[in-house]
Design a protein around this ligand. Structure first.
Ligand code: FES
Length: 126
């Protein structure tokens, strides 16, 4: 699989995807609003994740833009443009709470959620 292979990123059989229960970081390591990116590799498989905090919610996405599959940002802290997530690739804007694209080259498509939860102040894969 290549780094930008969106289908492989979304494949539940992706060996690099961290298992449920994996601790990602402390909640206070993510700014509000803001995000943090996560990268995993297992053999040929690569998984890229993005966890954001926005208006009290903590939401995970597979960090793969529906347009070309590029990650939204190299640094999760710079993924917001005002009240939207913005892809640095071609500027698509996404609603933070549901990942739907509202402007740019992939309007009406959506980011794919990566289930996470907060447990005792830590962000954990759900
Ligand atoms: S890769 Fe995200 S807008 Fe083109």
């Amino acid at each position: 699989m290549t780094y930008l292979d969106r289908r492989a990123q979304l494949d539940p059989a992706n060996a690099a995807r961290p298992a449920a229960g994996t601790v990602l970081c402390a909640l206070n390591e993510i700014n509000e609003p803001g995000g943090k990116t996560f990268r995993y590799r297992s053999g040929d498989d690569v998984f890229m994740g993005l966890v954001i905090r926005f208006k009290g919610d903590v939401i995970g996405y597979v960090d793969s833009c529906p347009h070309f599959g590029w990650p939204l940002a190299y640094d999760g802290d710079h993924v917001f443009s005002s009240d939207h997530l913005m892809c640095t690739g071609h500027g698509a804007l996404f609603r933070p709470l549901d990942g739907k694209c509202v402007a740019g080259p992939c309007v009406d498509e959506a980011m794919t959620q990566w289930p996470v939860k907060v447990v005792d102040g830590e962000v954990v894969c759900a």
